[in-house]
Design a protein around this ligand. Sequence first.
Ligand code: UT7
Length: 323
Amino acid sequence: MTKRAVVIGCGHYLPERVVENAEFEKTLDTDDAWIRSRSGIERRHFAAEGETTSSMATAAARAALADAGIEADDLDAIVLATSTADLTFPSAATMVQAELNMNKGFAFDVQAVCAGFVYALSNANALIISGQAKRVLVIGAETFSRIMDWTDRSTCVLFGDGAGALILEAQEGDGTAEDRGILSTDLNSDGRYRDLLYVDGGVSTGTSGYLRMQGNQVFRHAVAKLAATATTAMEAANVTADDVDWIVPHQANIRIIQGTAKKLDLPMDRVVVTVQDHGNTSAASIPLALSVGRTRGQIKPGDLIVTEAIGGGLAWGAVVLRW
Ligand code: UT7
């Protein structure tokens, strides 16, 4: 028998306000055609005044709890991936814990920028297989609209806000790739690339700062590193591209998504794509895509899924799981 972390529920939350590409034409030297053709993004959601990472995370968590048919007190832990926590501390995860009236267990944030959800899944999996937790709520939530420089057309048109959540539960498998649950994880980072994507504020500056990105440099790293980490994770899970039902990639740029799928030898009809509607929601993009993919009827129980993501750090990784 092998302990597996199995998905028993998922949900998501998107803020009400939808901003189409054309809106940026009013204030910036940009247009819908450039944004669409270079990134695949058509629209994104922006949080309302007063909406925060923890409030969106709580909404996604409630949807996932309802989907799983369990209560917050049935959870042992919350792992929340974000780079836009409401405050420097306490963690957004403990704020969600309080909002859910979860009066036991433990909660903490994981900060690996756009790779955050993959890191959070890997951490939650480790908690479950080591016996430290039986049920873990894993959330990705971001309010990147709060760290946009609205005069920088090369970044502010790319990002959006939102949250997605999964609930993982310890179940017994037989140790094969036919098991449901997380089958393998692969995490990587290389701090030499910090200047390619960072926020120019924090405790050292006394400001929360703005996102700065050398987009074309990040792009150059993305396809090769994403294909490599997905391949490593698939080998560790003892599966091949032929076995994969869905790639659920980080949703930053349709050209990165297509390039990675091609390198992995997977056709685009086996890729869940939401970038056109959400933009880049950093750590929220994969759980949003998983939840939307299931709502669309793409992802079904028993499907083999590969998730992969890269972002600031650079940090990148992949998770193979059977839904
Ligand atoms: O999620 C975390 C990881 N992040 C990513 O994965 C993002 C990776 N990078 C990208 O997605 C792409 O590099 C971008 C979408 C950011 C940019 O696409 P690109 O094809 O790499 O364009 P570029 O940065 O090389 O810029 C091409 C041109 C430049 O003009 P010049 O220098 O050629 O005259 C930019 O100034 O496009 C210009 N440009 C714009 N033009 C109209 C940059 N932003 C805009 C804009 N509207 N919003």
